[in-house]
Design a protein around this ligand. Structure first.
Ligand code: KIV
Ligand code: ZN
Length: 514
């Protein structure tokens, strides 16, 4: 049996489907680049039939990603498969992933079909997908609760139809490690053509078992693990790929398998996903939590000083955590900024040096010294901003204290600069009144969060909002030394996205009436 475990990332599909506000195409491409650099073998970029936005994201990712295989999801329905193939065809090679439910409850109560119908639909879907590509994955949704005889029949039929990867999902996170490993072992024992396909697993974390179940499956012979960065995904999430990669590396002695993952990219990828998806990571999360490598007990610290191996089974450096205290100031040139970005492992694909340097100079004006986390934050935010943003905050003045707050602003609205002043319950409220009046948009906020980025009083303020506009959710984020300004940027981020969407809708309407 091969000793490589294929890593299949579904952050942009199963992970994204669980976010309160969808990612933009640009954000998805940024994550796809990070996943490619991390060394994931397959990127599931989306579910193209589900929306025009998903179609566009898959197409864009298929066009730009070269060293990971790009994949798209489809139900076992002809139209889904055709649309998935259409979105992927810009890539030299691609994978179509098609699925149908196989558990009794899903077949009877959701699909309302017989099991024979389900097998027929699965087989037809695989055959249709094979007309477009020779890389076809077939999933038995809710396999964890599927009677084993039925599962064996379905798997055998899908392989005969041409599927070369068979995925066994524990869709509802119900199984236990021994049980799930046992299902995989039985498939190997009972399905006569099993050697013609890679067996994959896709576990959800409802009972906190997704990683343990996936590892039990690997020990039983599975050679593809599906999951997401930081364990994002439906409900309690999917199996965390960074945990799988580090388990396989750290316990290679016991497991005897390996992955293609570049482990020192883990930290950076995790941060990027957390930032763009607006999903903070719990401090005690394995591998990527803020406390994952910190030792608090005196006894542990004593042991660590004497020999790190006493309490450290893997090093922070192995996941790319660097403790670099950069000391850049307004006197630092472009080359110094670039050198630091190189040292942090970023390439010109990740940022635009001109933009970064301009933002860096503005920050040094207000903050003096700039640290590595500031540079990273500036990079994330520059990537979110669009050069053609219609509304831009040119000036902000705030007065607040024990009285009502007053804010005045100058806002660039296209070619025109407009001024406004307002009073409010606090400076953010007053600022938002100004922005609503000048832009003409009144937004309902579902969520407003302020966090400090960086360390201690040197940190920057980050504001994140989830806004609801005409039934669609938007995520806006802003970063500044001043939290009121960060809050304003977050609102403008949302308003610029809405403005862009309105413009596109208007153009489409105009074309339709010509
Ligand atoms: O959880 C699941 O079963 C899925 C399938 C579509 C693979 O996400
Ligand atoms: Zn899933």
């Amino acid at each position: 049996m091969k000793d490589q475990v294929i890593i299949f990332d579904t952050t942009l599909r199963d992970g994204e489907q669980a976010l309160s506000a969808s990612l933009t195409v640009k954000e998805k491409l940024q994550i796809a680049y990070a996943l490619e650099r991390l060394g994931v073998d397959v990127i599931e970029a989306g579910f193209p039939i589900s929306s025009p936005g998903d179609f566009e994201s898959v197409q864009t990712i298929a066009k730009h990603i070269k060293s990971s295989r790009v994949c798209a999801l489809s139900r076992a329905v002809a139209k889904d498969i055709d649309v998935a193939a259409e979105s992927l065809k810009v890539a030299e090679a691609f994978r179509i992933h098609t699925f149908i439910s196989t558990s009794t409850i899903h077949v009877k109560d959701k699909l309302r079909r017989s099991y024979d119908d389900v097998i027929e639909m699965g087989v037809a879907a695989v055959k249709r997908a094979r007309n477009y590509t020779d890389d076809v994955e077939f999933s038995c949704e809710d396999a964890g609760r599927t009677p084993i005889d039925n599962l064996c029949r379905m798997v055998e039929a899908a392989i005969n139809a041409g599927a070369n990867t068979i995925n066994i999902p524990d869709t509802v996170g119900y199984t236990l490690p021994n049980e799930f490993g046992g299902i995989i072992a039985q498939l190997f024992d009972r399905v006569p053509n099993i050697d013609k396909a890679i067996i994959s697993v896709h576990c959800h974390d409802d009972l906190g078992m997704s990683v343990a179940n996936s590892m039990a499956a690997v020990q039983a012979g599975a050679r593809q693990v599906e999951g997401t960065i930081n364990g994002l995904g439906e409900r309690a999430g999917n199996c965390s790929l960074e945990e799988i990669a580090m388990i396989i590396k750290t316990r290679a002695d016991f497991l005897g398998v390996h992955t293609n993952i570049k482990h020192d990219e883990i930290h950076r990828t995790s941060k990027l996903v957390s930032q763009l998806c607006n999903m903070p990571i719990q401090a005690n999360k394995a591998i990527v939590g803020a406390n994952a490598f910190s030792h608090s007990s005196g006894i542990h610290q004593d042991g660590m000083i004497k020999n790190k191996n006493t309490y450290e089974i893997m090093t922070p450096e192995s996941i790319g955590l660097k403790n670099q205290a950069l000391n850049l100031t307004s006197r630092s040139g472009r080359a110094a900024v670039k050198n630091h970005m190189d040292a942090l492992g970023y390439t010109e694909k990740d940022y635009n040096l001109d933009t970064l340097y301009t933002d860096f100079l503005k920050l040094t004006d207000r903050k003096g010294q700039v640290f590595d986390y500031d540079l990273e934050a500036l990079m994330y935010f520059a990537n979110l901003r669009d050069e053609d943003d219609f509304f831009k905050l040119n000036y902000l003045s705030v007065q607040s204290g024990s009285i009502m707050a007053t804010t005045s602003i100058k806002l660039q609205c296209g070619d025109e600069e407009k001024c406004e002043a307002a009073v409010g319950n606090g400076p953010v409220d007053a600022l938002y009144q100004c922005i609503y009046r000048l832009t003409g948009y009144e937004i309902v906020l579902d969520k407003f969060d302020l966090t400090a980025k960086g360390e201690g009083e040197n940190g920057l303020g980050q504001a994140d909002i989830i806004a609801n506009y005409k039934g669609r959710k938007y995520h806006g984020t802003g970063l500044a030394t001043d939290i009121v300004e960060a809050s304003g940027q977050a609102l403008l981020h949302v308003i610029n996205s809405i403005y862009r969407a309105d413009q596109i809708a208007e153009i489409k309407e105009r074309i339709a009436t010509v």
